[in-house]
Ligand binder design. Structure first.
Ligand code: PLP
Length: 384
């Protein structure tokens, strides 16, 4: 019989610092529980200052933030929006909420993020087809920034705004500039498994305060500023509660520690496993610092002669949670029939990463013993 006594090791679990409690107590003491309140306003300002943006709108999820960002840049039914393919479905779902059509762009091997060459091909063809995209959703996958020098130059040449999906990369930098500062609008997520959490939440960031006010208005049911309940536009109930913003303020205080801890987890795995034949890790582009939200290991299954799913299964038997890399959106049944621009005409980088990638437990709260347990298991599964 297999022992089941081993404590579970999670992929990425919430990591409270203890600093959250004081903010929550303050919210209780003043009975500012919800909606809104001083923690929300302060949290928005603190995040915007940290990232170097003029303002932020705290929302109930990163998905809501993407939805409102797309609305702000004017996405309407029938429009096309370009989007990274190697990402979580939340990056693209809001495009469909607005009845627009996503077109997916492959990854480049250097960053695993949106390939600038494929982006350029897509833009050129769209413009020739007389369907200039309304936006480009650029994702910083697993905490690694996309190549913004090139992507920004291309986007500007075509006059298409960038929405930066920095849900996984809070705390990362690209050429010394913080993640979240590259999009015309940028979004963050404070879901339970992200760099920091409010249990659930997100933020829309930008530099046009009037536009951000418009998003704030939409996020509170588009209620006109009059005493009776007057509505001229369609709105949403997307705001973050004051209580949860308090949790976020406490978490923000320890963000730098969280990034350092996840980067350490990565270093430990790479040091212990990087020398195994057929094993490689996600690269970090020169001049960038990844948040290393999740450590992703690539296994060349021809060299190791083991299936990715079998490795994950074996880890699960030891009560260790691991997952495949994101299944690219252009391969999702939901998006069947959507256009896709590969890295090279006959090279689909995102699909290859999906076929060979494993996300290892990467939480900032993983102990050395837990990391050793993962390493020991993988060392016994993989051939030297
Ligand atoms: C988590 C995540 C989101 C969505 O955030 P929620 O707060 O869960 O709505 C969007 N994009 C990416 C890349 C994510 O990882």
């Amino acid at each position: 019989m297999r022992k089941v006594s081993k404590e579970r090791i999670f992929l990425s679990s919430p990591h409270m610092s203890g600093k959250e409690q004081a903010y929550i107590d303050e919210a209780f003491r003043t009975n500012w529980i919800s909606p809104l309140g001083p923690h929300v306003t302060a949290f928005e300002q603190e995040v915007a200052d940290l990232i170097g943006r003029k303002g932020g709108v705290a929302l109930n999820s990163g998905t809501s933030a993407l939805h409102l960002a797309l609305k702000l840049v004017g996405v309407k039914p029938g429009d096309v929006v370009l989007c990274s393919s190697l990402t979580f479905i939340a990056s693209a779902n809001p495009i469909c909420y607005l009845r627009a059509e996503p077109i997916f762009i492959d990854s480049e091997p250097r960053t695993w993020n949106m390939c600038p060459d494929a982006l350029e091909r897509a833009l050129k063809e769209c413009v020739l087809n007389d369907e200039k995209p309304k936006a480009i959703v650029v994702v910083n996958i697993y905490g690694q920034s996309a190549d913004y020098d090139r992507i920004r130059a291309i986007a500007d040449r075509y006059g298409v705004p960038i929405i930066e999906d920095a849900a996984e990369s809070l705390g990362a930098t690209y050429k010394n500039r913080p993640s979240g500062s590259f999009g015309d609008y940028s979004i963050l997520s404070f879901n339970g498994n992200k760099m920091i959490t409010t249990s659930g939440g997100g933020m829309l960031l930008g530099d046009d305060l009037e536009k951000l006010d418009k998003a704030r208005f939409w996020s509170t049911q588009a209620r006109e500023p009059v005493i009776h309940y007057e509505h001229k536009e369609l709105g949403y109930n997307y705001r973050l509660s004051n209580l949860l913003a308090g949790v976020g303020r406490g978490q923000l205080e320890v963000l730098a520690d969280r990034v350092e801890a996840r980067r350490n987890v990565f270093r430990n795995y790479e040091k212990a496993l990087g020398g195994i034949k057929g094993v490689a890790f996600m690269p970090e582009m020169k001049g960038t610092v990844s948040s290393r939200w999740l450590t992703v290991m690539l296994v060349d299954t021809r060299v190791q002669r083991v299936k990715i799913t079998d490795i994950i299964q074996k880890l699960a038997q030891e009560n260790i949670e691991a997952r495949p890399a994101w299944k690219p959106l252009h391969l999702q049944p939901l998006f069947k029939g959507c256009r896709f621009y590969p890295h090279q005409p006959n090279q689909d980088v995102a699909e290859t990463l999906y076929q060979h990638g494993i996300c290892l437990p990467s939480g900032s709260n993983l102990t050395k013993e837990q990391q050793d347990r993962v390493i020991d298991q993988l060392t016994s599964i993989l051939k030297r």
